[in-house]
Design a protein around this ligand. Structure first.
Ligand code: GTP
Ligand code: MG
Length: 338
């Protein structure tokens, strides 16, 4: 599946129909009163959040969305027809911005939520509406209003509870596939994951939560190295990060240094990411030489005030303990809020 998480589109709502100037003409009534009807309203362009969708791909073509105009009013007090509304379905988690100013216009957060992206113009009033006791034969009617036209930028920010971050190849996708039913691609080379994967973690004793496996980050990502940092927008809304470390690639690898380097990149992207709770885990402890160094590394992290979880996404060792800790942090965060 191609993952598209930002698109620019133009929306133009239909203009209102014009009001009509008309006079009643009936036999034996020489001077009938005004009977020009109102114009119809132009159609709205409406966004609607849909939990079934997970990408903005459908919107990459076409880029322009228009709705029909209202039809003009007619004689015999006939109101014009309203232009039909057009509903564009968007994934839950889509942020709607004005493309020029960047201002956030709406955040579509729940299934079925609607936002009028461009409002159809009101229909003009027909001359029948302008009749007064002293002015019985008004010869004017209103024109329909123009429909709203906007350039918008849509950004999808996944609504995951937990973000899984780490260098490439540390085993993020393997862990996701162990704890959820998601089946992301796993391979022994960096940047296997090119788009974020979501998995739902279901454990009997806890509320289910969503984990996002983010493509690997590397030093300099904030300056565009590797896949860059654009995918970090998907961890902006998470409530907790699992920071995964791995020394198996090179035994000389210093996990403390890796830990700081990655946090530096997170901070460069958005300082508020630093404030999220992180649970730190050393992966692949099923490998003997990783296991050998684990206690030493654990101590180093303890000195820094971090409990280090020792896990193996492959064998499952230590994973349930990590999940339990994640569930507890999530529960304590939501208790604090309510
Ligand atoms: N021995 C061992 N190997 C693992 C473990 N977890 C993952 N691997 C292997 O490490 C390699 C990378 O795993 P992935 O899950 O694709 O890693 P990733 O972090 O998602 O990588 P990117 O998507 O490239 O960032 C694969 O060959 C996995 O089989 C583990 O716990 N133990
Ligand atoms: Mg991966």
């Amino acid at each position: 599946m191609k993952f598209v998480d930002e698109v620019r589109i133009q929306v133009k709502a239909g203009d209102g129909g014009n009001g009509c100037v008309s006079f009643r003409r009936e036999r034996f009534i020489p001077k009938g009163g005004p009977d020009g009807g109102d114009g119809g309203k132009g159609g709205d362009v409406i966004f609607q959040a849909d939990a079934q969708l997970s990408t903005l791909l459908d919107l990459t073509y076409p880029k322009q969305f228009r709705t029909p105009k209202g039809t003009h009013g007619k004689g015999k007090d006939q109101t014009g027809k309203n232009g039909e509304d057009f509903i564009i379905r968007l994934p839950v988690g889509t942020l709607v911005r004005d493309d020029q100013t960047g201002e956030v216009l709406q955040d579509l957060l729940f299934d079925g939520q609607r936002f009028v992206a461009a409002e159809g113009g009101r229909g003009g009033r027909g001359n029948a509406r302008f009749a007064t006791p002293t002015r019985r034969a008004p010869r004017h009617a209103q024109k329909g209003e123009k429909g709203q036209e906007r350039a918008l930028r849509l950004e999808l920010k996944l609504l995951a509870d937990v973000g899984l971050v780490g260098y490439p190849n540390v085993g993020k996708s393997t862990l996701l596939s162990r704890i959820s039913s998601a089946r992301p691609k796993i391979a022994d080379y960096p940047f296997t994951t090119l788009v974020p994967n979501l998995g739902v973690v279901v454990r009997e004793e806890h509320r289910p939560f969503v984990v996002a496996d983010i493509p690997g980050l590397i030093e300099g990502a904030s300056k565009g190295a590797g896949l860059g940092l654009t995918f970090l927008r998907h961890v902006e809304r998470t409530r907790l990060l699992i920071h995964l470390l791995d020394i198996s690639g090179k035994p000389s690898r210093n996990p403390v240094k890796d830990f700081h380097a990655l946090n530096h990149e997170l901070k460069a992207y958005d300082p508020s990411l630093q404030e999220k709770t992180q649970l730190v885990a050393l992966n692949k402890v099923d490998l003997p030489f990783v296991r050998e160094k684990a206690t030493d590394i654990e101590n180093q992290f303890e000195k820094m005030g971090h409990r280090l979880y020792l896990i193996s996404g492959q064998t499952g060792e230590g994973v349930e303990e990590l999940i339990e800790a994640v569930a507890q942090v999530l529960e304590s965060i939501s208790n604090k809020k309510s």
